[in-house]
Design a protein around this ligand. Sequence first.
Ligand code: FES
Length: 144
Amino acid sequence: MSDHDSSPLPEIDLSKPPAENMVRVTFEPEHKTVEFPFNSLPYDGHGQPMSFLDVAENYGIFLDHACGGVAACTTCHIFLKQGAEGVSEPEDLELDRLELSPGLQLNSRLGCQCVIEKPGTYVAEIPSWNKNYVQEGKPAAIKK
Ligand code: FES
């Protein structure tokens, strides 16, 4: 599932909460929602296992990750709008990197380091400076 294909995401009944032991993640502003049993995703090799980047990669949702998911850039910056109680605490490396990120908010996290540790509902907003990437579904070409 990690090749950023354009196959549609499975339909999810958002009028009901996720079933027990399920993880539901919505990526805004595109409102792309995925759902899967907790601890069931194969590791995609980008960021921490079960990080938001790992989830996005598994479902072909573009979340920029210029450094490959090792907390060495800030391109995977997300705003965690729901689910803070179910994710890992940020390590010093993540906090140090986030300080360099534009648009820092109280709910800012690095998508490659913020790990989903419990079943539940999560909403991650990809900031507007990444919005074009998301709409395109791939990185914009860099002009030389
Ligand atoms: S991908 Fe570079 S810090 Fe997350």
